[in-house]
Design a protein around this ligand. Structure first.
Ligand SMILES: C[S@@+](CC[C@H](N)C(=O)[O-])C[C@H]1O[C@@H](n2cnc3c(N)ncnc32)[C@H](O)[C@@H]1O
Length: 459
């Protein structure tokens, strides 16, 4: 006769985890109970036969099972009843898990095989149900607790933890499972990997602070800024301020020199630059920075015109500056200025240049009719120009109050107007031809030669 292991039904769910320890003791007890049960069964059968002859027939093999259940109910203590109730709850949980399709472990298969060996006769329907229940109980007591934890979902895990808090075999995260699971579903495997990762991260050593990017406004950024940079940046600002102030000073000095050149006679300008050669450099730096902004520099326009003429023409550049004209044409060029920025320059007051009378073909005044003695410059040009020689004048347009008066005055000095170009926004350009010696005496007033000074605004 098949004997159901009563320990499985009587024991609470938690103690079901230790079946191997309790099985031999319970098997002996069940044998004793089996003999008693047989005696009681015989008594009951006798009583039933005497008092209940009208009872419906039962299915073959079912009587003994029913009697066993009745017998068990009689013998079952209150604890066992409670255990049975809790087992039913657990069975419901297990059924739910079974619906999710947990794999049957090797120990479960072995148990099924073991039960098959114990069966001497085919089981009835009730016996089959009992067998199913037993299988469920065996599943409730997994041989590998870790596997059990992994095989349940999160809800099942919570239920397990809450119901098995006092279990000494409850797996700890650090305790490796003695038997690795052989068949895990993808979800179970993922859960296991996730748990492993969590454990790993839990014990990961903290990263050094320099590897983790700190916010720019955070305290790390504040401490990372070396205090040495502060004086440097202060020094840089001071240097920038110094440079800016120096530039302002140079600009002021340029304006002062420029005004001196326009407001006094050339002799005074000559003395100025002789006494302070650096002033000439400063003046030309200022001039270059101004003229660079122009759309067209007049010296380039004059050079272009002269390139249309024979390169054999001798040119005299009055107030040559940095000899830009001489550098732009192939003609022989006499360069005159109050100071020298180039070896080709003859330092002199252009009111008196060291050239022979009627020795040059072209006389050029490009932005150089400065000073209050313009008549002296034009009479000197007339002197060195050959008869029919070319006089080219370029001046800032704003300097002219009356262009016609200017042209009339130049004509009285022995020239005739060939061309005038008033189209440029910054300068006027005139071409004269020498007609002869000046037609007016030294005391004649040529008001047309009085031009406005070209003053630069303070920026
Ligand atoms: C505005 S800059 C023009 C320089 C050059 N012609 C140019 O267009 O690039 C005028 C030049 O005329 C020179 N200058 C002015 N008066 C002079 C004089 N009396 N004798 C010689 N050069 C003079 C100045 O020294 C200055 O170099």
């Amino acid at each position: 006769m098949f004997e159901e292991p009563e320990w499985a039904e009587e024991a609470p769910a938690v103690t079901d985890l230790r079946p191997v320890v309790s099985r031999p003791r319970l098997t002996a007890a069940s044998q004793i109970k089996g003999s008693k049960r047989r005696k009681l069964l015989a008594t009951l059968q006798a009583l039933e036969a005497a008092s209940l002859p009208q009872q419906p027939p039962s299915l073959p093999g079912s009587d003994s099972e029913e009697e066993e259940v009745v017998e068990r109910k009689k013998k079952r203590p209150k604890k066992a009843l409670f255990a049975s109730a809790s087992t039913e709850v657990e069975e419901k949980r297990k059924t739910k898990r079974q619906k999710q399709g947990p794999p049957i472990s090797d120990s479960e298969e072995e148990e099924v095989e073991r039960k098959k060996c114990h069966r001497g006769a085919p089981l009835g329907n009730d016996s089959v149900e009992e067998e199913k229940r037993k299988r469920k109980r065996w599943k409730q007591a997994p041989s590998n607790p870790a596997q059990h934890l992994d095989s349940v979902d999160q809800t099942g895990l919570k239920a397990w933890n809450s119901s098995a808090t006092s279990d000494s075999t409850k797996p700890s995260p650090e305790t490796p499972s003695p038997q690795p699971p052989r068949t895990l579903s993808r979800k179970q495997w993922r859960n296991r990997q996730k748990n492993k990762r969590r454990q790993k991260n839990k014990f990961r050593p903290p990263q050094p602070p320099e590897q983790s990017p700190a916010p720019a406004t955070g305290p790390t950024a504040q401490t990372e800024v070396p205090p040495v940079l502060s004086p440097n940046s202060h020094g840089a600002r001071a240097e920038a301020l110094r440079a800016r102030m120096a530039q302002r000073l140079d600009s002021a000095r340029f304006r002062y020199l420029n005004e001196q050149l326009y407001s006094g006679p050339s002799s005074a300008a000559q003395r100025l630059f002789q006494e302070d050669p650096e002033a000439f450099l400063l003046y030309h730096r200022g001039f270059q920075s101004q003229v660079k902004k122009w759309p067209l520099q007049p010296v380039d326009r004059i050079a272009r015109d002269l390139r249309q003429r024979p390169a054999s023409l001798v040119v005299a550049d009055f107030g040559c500056g940095d000899c830009r004209l001489a550098s732009s044409i192939r003609n022989p060029v006499h360069c005159f200025d109050l100071a020298s920025l180039d070896p080709r320059v003859t330092v002199c007051d252009m009111a008196q240049v060291p050239l022979e009378d009627e020795s040059v073909d072209v006389a050029v005044f490009c932005l150089s009719l400065m000073g209050t003695n313009i008549r002296d410059f034009l009479e000197e040009a007339n002197r060195v120009l050959k008869p029919g020689g070319l006089l080219k004048v370029a001046e800032v347009s704003s300097r002219f109050e009356d262009v016609r008066n200017f042209l009339g005055a130049v004509t009285k000095l022995g020239f005739k107007v060939i061309s005038k170009d008033l189209t440029n926004s910054h300068f006027f350009l005139f071409d004269f031809q020498k007609t002869g010696a000046p037609r007016v005496g030294p005391k004649a007033q040529l008001s047309g030669l009085k031009l406005q000074p070209c003053l630069y605004k303070r920026r």
